[in-house]
Design a protein around this ligand. Structure first.
Ligand SMILES: Nc1nc2c(ncn2[C@@H]2O[C@H](COP(=O)(O)OP(=O)(O)OP(=O)(O)O)[C@@H](O)[C@H]2O)c(=O)[nH]1
Ligand SMILES: [Mg+2]
Length: 218
């Protein structure tokens, strides 16, 4: 039965992925380096968040960023301008990063030099939520320009998220979006999920967000 075979292959891939993710987690625990997996739609502001963190909060801490995109190293170039070390992974057709790719990236650097690791996952709200990349937390970056229904339409991602931000609140009135109403709707659907309103342009909410994921603010 082709379908049964497919399920078995998927399970094997998943099991192998989880094994590698466990290795990454153990290595980080030994070195005491936190790691956050940042998920979110194309263009929601994941790279902008990491540019902001690298510009504002990297005085006393060194960030390692692993960027996932189908093609180009644009995001790695953008963030590294602010001093963070970036490793770009091109996934080709892959819609999310996998643990083996992260483990491979980590072998290319001396991990001990870093205080914090960020993974910027491939932009979409579907695939990255189901794959463990060995992070401590999964964070979702959503934005007011995605419209009012994102939280309702993507239950898996928001259930798998430890925290979410609603970014680009500076554009809320132009987009005819009621930020409080969207957060209230999310709270009803996902009572465990905190949603922080942010803008990487004005800086609104960025310190609150940074503190919640354990960055030290300098
Ligand atoms: N007005 C406004 N624009 C923002 C904000 N955050 C990001 N942007 C803009 O939104 C666009 C997309 O931002 P990125 O940071 O590249 O988004 P991304 O999630 O990394 O996108 P992908 O990596 O392609 O999935 C850029 O033009 C940013 O300048 C914000 O808070 N307010
Ligand atoms: Mg990006």
């Amino acid at each position: 039965m082709p379908q049964v075979i497919n399920v078995q292959i998927d399970q094997k891939i998943q099991e192998k992925n989880d094994l590698i993710a466990g290795r990454i987690r153990q290595k980080r625990l030994d070195l005491n380096i936190p790691m956050i997996d940042i998920m979110g739609s194309v263009g929601s502001g994941k790279t902008s968040v990491l540019e902001y963190f690298s510009r504002e909060f990297a005085k006393n801490q060194k960030f390692l960023v692993i960027n996932g995109d189908l093609a180009t190293d644009i995001d790695a170039q953008r963030i590294s301008r602010f001093g963070s070390k970036c490793i770009q992974i091109n996934t080709g057709r892959g819609c999310h990063l996998m643990a083996f790719q992260i483990e491979k990236a980590l072998t290319t650097i001396n991990l001990e030099k870093f205080d914090f690791i960020f993974v910027e996952n491939v932009g979409n709200l579907i695939c990255p939520s189901s794959t463990d990349v060995g992070a401590d937390k999964k964070i979702t970056v959503t934005s007011v320009t995605e419209g009012p229904y994102v939280f309702r339409k993507h239950p898996v991602t928001f259930r798998m998220s430890d925290l979410a931000i609603l970014n680009k609140v500076d554009l809320a009135s132009a987009m005819d979006i009621d930020v409080k109403e969207i957060i209230k709707g999310s709270n009803e659907l996902y009572p465990q999920l905190e949603v922080v309103p942010t803008s990487t342009k004005t800086g609104e909410g960025m310190e609150v967000f940074a503190k919640k994921i354990g960055l030290s603010i300098n």
